[in-house]
Design a protein around this ligand. Structure first.
Ligand code: FAD
Length: 492
């Protein structure tokens, strides 16, 4: 354990990660700590990261954010899930929604009932029994007691950082504009002692939070924490991002549309649409990717396509000495399930729970590292699932289908294939319903299922399923279109 008390926290970088750290720490622990943030407008931010998952709402509650204020400031829209198009085969479509499907029992999840119904010749998609999925499909949305949906947001990343900055500064955070030219280490302990800016200013601290993006200026370029490369499992390495004008009412879901060497996203906001093309440069040149994106987008471009390169993998230690890396500095798995901002939030929540006021303790750092590893490996496996279970003919997809996958994922696929079992263990992010929606959506057909539904018999099973559908029909009928609800919510 280091003897030094931790009083002064220095956040390096002011992208989404840096400003989330600033907002959370200054709101929750500002009375106990001095917190500064250093960022360089000249370097700028990665400028993407606009789709989220429902956990964001809990974190916003920790920050004490008002939903309307946040949505107005970031031009946000509501999100009920992700529409996967052309993934297993061209022409396929399924929605991975945030909702609960049907009603599960302690013995078996709802999909076992649905599989039995299908075996008994009762018609219907599994998505028919999920309110969020049906609302997404119908482009409807509402919140409140009469529409108990689980939802997240699409937001403007630049505006979100600005919003969090205003919030943090109001809570007493001190921001320093400048380029970090050097990271100074204590000659005795080897810990980070200060950031030296190009202007010559020294910014000293006890704990440093590295939010400098992919380069990891502190965690990697200074402390050499190491990186596990996962590109053999997730071979995309490039993204082109561009913004366009909206051409239609905003849909309450992200679109993820597969193409021959990756996929394309579409994220509708209040004032524009975020678009991007994710690809593997071994299979598609940058020029061809650019042409493809420009041809695929609907609206008039607001920005030119901007190229972002990345290497999928994880930092071996995200907490090393007196430095903690967040988001892109801590590792990266492509944004197919919109998980990066969530991972920042969960890491910050844990940091606040174990904050090392009395000095940095190796056991605390070690557990934090273990949790971060498990989080990212869980996301990694879930993303690989989308790529691996495909029946597309192109060489990129063939490679994904034939690659050796992590044992942890191979076991999950075998469990589902054999007997339709899926599980959410410990601190796993993805729910049983998430695994089920994606496995079925990627055309993995279970060979068996639990027979508990046979106790009901065909008729009662059919009635039970029809009841669920009827309840959802009633709720859906009363829900307005998403765009109408959004307009009213923003005006209210
Ligand atoms: P950055 O935004 O890169 O910020 C780095 C900061 O460090 C900047 O302020 C920069 O100025 C500063 N900095 C760097 N070097 C110096 C220096 N020498 N001196 C001073 N300052 C410095 N996440 C999601 O949750 N949902 C999504 O839909 C999603 N989509 C994504 C799409 C793509 C293509 C990519 C690449 C990522 C996506 N992400 C998504 C991840 C998301 O973008 C990041 O989690 C988020 O933006 C946080 O980034 P960051 O703050 O770590 O880095």
């Amino acid at each position: 354990m280091t003897e030094q008390l931790v009083k002064r926290v220095v956040i390096a970088g002011g992208g989404t990660a840096g400003w989330l750290a600033a907002a959370a720490l200054s709101r929750q622990l500002g009375q106990l700590l001095d917190i500064v943030l250093v960022e360089s407008e000249e370097i700028g931010t990665v400028g993407v990261g606009e789709a989220t998952i429902p956990t964001m709402r809990s974190f916003h509650a920790i920050l004490g954010l008002d939903e309307r204020e946040f949505m107005r400031a970031t031009k946000a829209s509501f999100k009920l899930g992700i529409s996967f198009e052309n993934w297993a085969r061209d022409g396929d479509r399924y929605i991975h929604s945030f909702g609960e499907i049907g009603k599960s029992t302690w013995m078996g999840a709802f999909h076992h009932f649905w599989l039995q119904a299908r075996a008994d010749g009762i018609d219907g998609d599994i998505g028919d029994y999920c309110l969020e999925l049906r609302a997404a499909d119908a482009e409807k949305f509402a919140t409140g007691e009469n529409a108990p949906v689980n939802y997240a947001y699409h937001l403007d990343a630049g505006l979100y950082a600005k919003f969090l900055r205003a919030r943090s500064e109001a809570d007493g955070l001190h921001r320093i504009e400048g380029k970090i030219a050097q990271v100074e280490r204590d000659p005795q302990s080897g810990d980070i002692a200060a950031l030296v800016l190009q202007s010559g200013e020294r910014v000293e601290g006890d704990l440093f939070i590295d939010c400098t993006g992919f380069r990891g200026l502190l965690i990697e370029e200074t402390l050499a924490a190491g990186y596990d490369d996962w590109s053999h499992w997730l071979p995309t390495n490039s993204a082109l991002a561009m913004q366009t004008e909206s051409t239609r009412p905003a849909v309450p879901y992200t679109r993820a549309i597969a193409h021959d060497a990756g996929w394309r996203w579409q994220i509708p906001l209040q004032h524009r649409v975020g678009n991007g093309l994710v690809y593997c440069s071994d299979f598609l040149s940058d020029d061809a990717a650019r042409d493809r994106l420009l041809q695929a987008v609907d609206g008039k471009p607001v920005t030119e396509p901007r190229l972002i390169r990345y290497r999928t993998g994880r930092r071996r230690k995200v907490w090393d000495r007196n430095c903690i890396a967040l988001s892109l500095a801590s590792g990266f798995v492509e944004p197919l399930e919109s998980t990066s901002i969530h991972l920042v939030m969960i890491a910050l929540t844990r940091l606040m729970q174990v904050f090392p006021f009395a000095g940095i303790n190796p056991a605390t750092a070690s557990r934090f590292n273990d949790q971060a590893r498990q989080d990212l490996e869980g996301v990694r496996d879930f993303i690989i699932l989308h790529y691996h279970l495909n029946q597309r003919p192109e060489p990129f997809w063939q490679r994904c289908r034939e690659m050796t996958i992590p044992d942890t994922l191979a076991e999950r696929i075998a469990l589902f294939r054999e007997a339709a079992h899926a599980y959410q263990a410990g601190e796993d992010l993805f729910r049983v319903d998430s695994w089920v929606q994606v496995m079925l959506g990627q055309r993995l057909q279970p060979q068996g299922h639990h027979h508990l539904a046979r106790i009901l018999g065909r008729e009662r099973l059919g009635q039970a399923l029809a009841d669920i559908k009827r309840n959802h029909d009633r709720t859906l009928a009363a829900m307005p279109q998403h765009q109408r609800f959004l307009d009213a919510h923003m005006a209210g």
